[in-house]
Design a protein around this ligand. Structure first.
Ligand SMILES: C[S@@+](CC[C@H](N)C(=O)[O-])C[C@H]1O[C@@H](n2cnc3c(N)ncnc32)[C@H](O)[C@@H]1O
Length: 229
């Protein structure tokens, strides 16, 4: 049973991402500024970068065997899902997003399965994934507890969670706190580092690290890595 407040916030998030559009050039420039290799971005279909709305590059140092099942939580238009497919020889990528307009952009891409669903209640079997990735989506989950618990549930034992997300240091300034849309812009849902680590640990994850801190508007973008016990 979700509260009226939660339903309203989720409806606003969907509206915001359904209407998000930038040019391929602007999207590519943003991705490169966020750490995506320029050469990689230049080789991808230009429309892919146009829908990018993440907060950093999560593939640095991430090794693949080639046969993994990868689940991309809050995939948006699928830039990371697509990059994941490039690492696989016979694996599978499943993109999950609750905004159908974003997933319709994923639909244009090759070899990606997509599901319109809430990351707080995944329509996936237990222990089906080797790797869960997420870029700037956990901060938008109304219940981080549910979202991390779901990421844990769908991972196989020893599976990896690799994400980029936002952390705040201290209280956010008044102009953000008083913005009724601050949750949708990701700032309102950002946790402090200790609270974020506590949420990930509460789900059961081990070897949790937050690294590669980068300034991101009023907050910081970090790389999250953790292992499912
Ligand atoms: C900031 S965008 C990031 C998109 C993508 N990961 C990227 O890097 O371009 C966040 C995405 O998460 C989705 N999202 C937010 N809350 C969600 C939820 N509870 N369940 C599923 N998707 C959600 C939004 O629809 C949006 O597409």
């Amino acid at each position: 049973m979700t509260s009226e407040w939660e339903q309203q916030i989720k409806a606003q998030i969907k509206r915001r991402y359904a209407g998000l559009e930038s040019s391929a050039e602007d999207g590519a420039a943003k991705a490169v500024a966020h750490g995506y290799p320029a050469e990689l971005i230049s080789e991808l279909p230009p429309a892919l970068a146009a829908g990018y709305s993440g907060c950093g590059y999560l593939f640095e140092g991430l090794d693949f065997k080639g046969d993994e099942t990868v689940v991309d939580l809050g995939s948006g238009a699928g830039l990371d899902s697509y990059i994941a497919t490039l690492q696989l020889t016979n694996g599978t990528v499943i993109s999950i997003d609750m905004t159908i307009e974003m997933l319709e952009k994923v639909n244009l891409r090759l070899s990606i399965n997509y599901l319109c669903a809430d990351i707080e209640a995944l329509p996936l079997k237990d222990s089906c994934a080797d790797l869960v990735i997420a870029n700037a989506s956990f901060n938008l989950a109304i219940s981080k507890t549910k979202a991390f618990a779901e990421a844990y549930r769908v991972l196989k034992s020893g599976g990896r969670l690799v994400a980029r997300d936002l952390v705040k240091e201290g209280e956010l300034p008044a102009e953000v706190l008083t913005d009724p849309l601050s949750f949708n812009t990701s700032l309102g849902g950002a946790l402090e580092e200790d609270a974020l680590i506590a949420e990930i640990a509460k789900a059961g994850f081990e070897d949790i690290t937050l690294s590669d801190h980068k300034e991101f508007s009023y907050v910081q973008s970090v790389k999250i890595q953790a292992i499912r016990a």
